[in-house]
Structure formats: C-alpha cells, structure tokens
Ligand binder design. Structure first.
Ligand code: ZN
Length: 302
C-alpha cells in the first residue's frame, strides 16, 4: 500500500463549523486554514453559498474567499445548493464548486427546496457558466445511505442520480452519508453500484460518525477503490437541516489509520494534532476525535 495515495479533503471549515455554536469569525477561519496548510492539507471545503439567514456561520464565505492564501497550492472548494449559490461561488473565485443533489425528495426539499431531478436540472443549466470560468464542479449526492425523513433510500435512485451527474460532466462524484447511518458492507455495495455508471470519474466519500461507523465506512470505501475521502479536523460538524446529525470522521483519526496501514496521505500528523488541540481552544469546547487524545503509535522519534 506504500504507493497508494489517499486524498483527504478537509471539510472542517464548512461542514464542521456550520453547525458549531462557536461562530468562528473570518480571522479565526484564516488562522484555522493556515494551520491546516502547515499540517499538509492541500484541498479543503471552506465556503458555503447558502442563505446566510439559514446558516449564519457561512455568511462571510465571499469575504473569506478574497482573503485565503492563494500561493500555497491549495484548492479551495465552495459549496452550492442552487443556481444563486453556484453563481456566488463562481463570482468568489472558488477553485472548485461542490454542488449538492440530495438522493431523497423530502430531504432535498427541506435542504435546498428541490427534488433530486430539479437539482440536476439546475446543475445542467449552470454547467456552461462553470466551464467558462474554468472551474471544476463536483456533484455531491447527499443521503446516499439513508434519509432522516424518508428512511431507506433505494440504491437505484442513487445510481440514477450518479449516472445523470456523470452525463452532465461532473468532475468528481461525491457520495455522502449525511446522517451517519451507513455500514461498511453497504458502503462497498453502493460504491460498486455507482462505479458501474460513472466510468473514469473519480468518486469521493463523505462519512459522518454519528453511530460510530464512520471510520469503518471509510475503510470499506477504500477497499472498494475510492481514493478521495472527506474528513474534518477534530471530527467537528453536523448538518443544520438533518436532525441528529453529528460530526464528520476526524481528519487525524482517518490519517492515522491510513498512514499506519502504509497509505500516503501527505498529512503531517503531529502538526494536525496540534491543529486539533488549537481548535478546542478556538471553539472553547472539546472535539470528538480520538488520536489527539491517545497520541501516535509508534511514538515519533524525539
Ligand atoms: Zn456532511
């Protein structure tokens, strides 16, 4: 596994902070970004172009994008749920836009006032503008393993959305367990079902640790061939529109598991643990991640 690279996309600035009571201000977010860059992170979701009244933590997204360091080889991702969000993300010069299509009608209507079909239609209408701006767009499918309102989500529905996302030219397709209900075996089954319709388009997985299955799910996704995973420093996060949702899998726990197994992540673990410790102070509460509490193994040479 020594020559297998796994790309970890840090989502703490977006998925993490958007549901945190601490309300980190723009300067605090820039400090967090600098520390993540020093820890080896090279791709991160930092902005969300949603209604600031609904998600006040993300209200400074455009301002933040004008101030992020642009000379460090970092890709900054902005999230969009509709046409307005996509236009704002492009105007803010995000390096990449992640457009969300929720795999369940009820969750889609509550999250972004659109069914999956309507969201795909919006994406189809805006793909040209993104192409003109030379901005890659990923489609992230939400609630792939279950919906907080409808319960089970049929795999056929997920596969249909993924096939259409591929047809529309998504640069990458994300599969998100938005409410943390997946199990590792179903992760493997759904990833394999989606791979059949997405060709060479890279798949990326996004797991929440709500029921303590997140890290096992990440391992199952890698076994199924996924090479890109989302995680948040400290395991912070949630979703304001999904009842009971808790944090993402923690970046340091994921990086530890992968590096221990011989994968390459590019993450400097001692630095990332320092960042997670700083985050506890900045947010003024503890974070759920575990490696930062237990320490590394084997101990790094002093
Ligand atoms: Zn999430």
């Amino acid at each position: 596994m020594r020559d297998i690279n796994i790309e970890i996309v840090e989502v703490g600035l977006r998925d993490g902070l958007q549901n945190d009571p601490a309300m980190l201000d723009t300067d605090g977010k820039l400090d967090f970004i600098d520390r993540l860059i020093a820890s080896g992170v090279r791709r991160m979701e930092v902005a969300s172009f949603v209604n600031p009244k609904r998600v006040p933590q993300m209200a400074d997204s455009s301002d933040l994008m004008t101030r992020v360091p642009r000379d460090k080889g970092v890709t900054y991702i902005g999230l969009a749920l509709n046409d307005k969000g996509m236009e704002r993300a492009l105007a803010a010069k995000c390096d990449e836009v992640n457009f969300v299509v929720v795999a369940s009608d009820t969750f889609g209507l509550r999250n972004q006032n659109a069914t999956p079909e309507q969201s795909l239609e919006v994406f189809a209408n805006l793909a040209g503008a993104a192409q003109q701006a030379d901005t890659p767009c990923s489609i992230v499918i939400g609630a792939v393993w279950g919906c907080p309102f409808e319960g089970e989500v049929p795999v056929d529905k997920v596969v249909r959305i993924a096939a259409r996302a591929a047809e529309l030219g998504a640069s990458e397709i994300g599969l998100a367990d938005s409410i943390g209900v997946a199990d590792p075996w179903e992760v493997k089954r759904r990833v394999e079902a989606v791979q059949k319709v997405t060709g060479d388009i890279p798949l990326r997985c996004h797991f929440h640790n709500t029921r303590n299955t997140g890290i096992a799910n990440a391992s199952a996704a890698i076994d199924a061939g996924v090479r890109i995973l989302d995680a948040s420093c400290g395991g912070i996060g949630g979703c304001p529109f999904a009842p009971g949702a808790t944090g993402n899998i923690a970046t340091e726990d994921l990086a530890y598991m992968l590096e221990r197994a011989g994968f390459q992540t590019g993450i400097d673990l001692p630095r990332l643990i320092e960042t997670a410790n700083w985050l506890e102070t900045a947010l003024d509460h503890s974070v759920p991640a575990m490696v930062s509490k237990a320490g590394l193994f084997p101990k790094a040479a002093a």
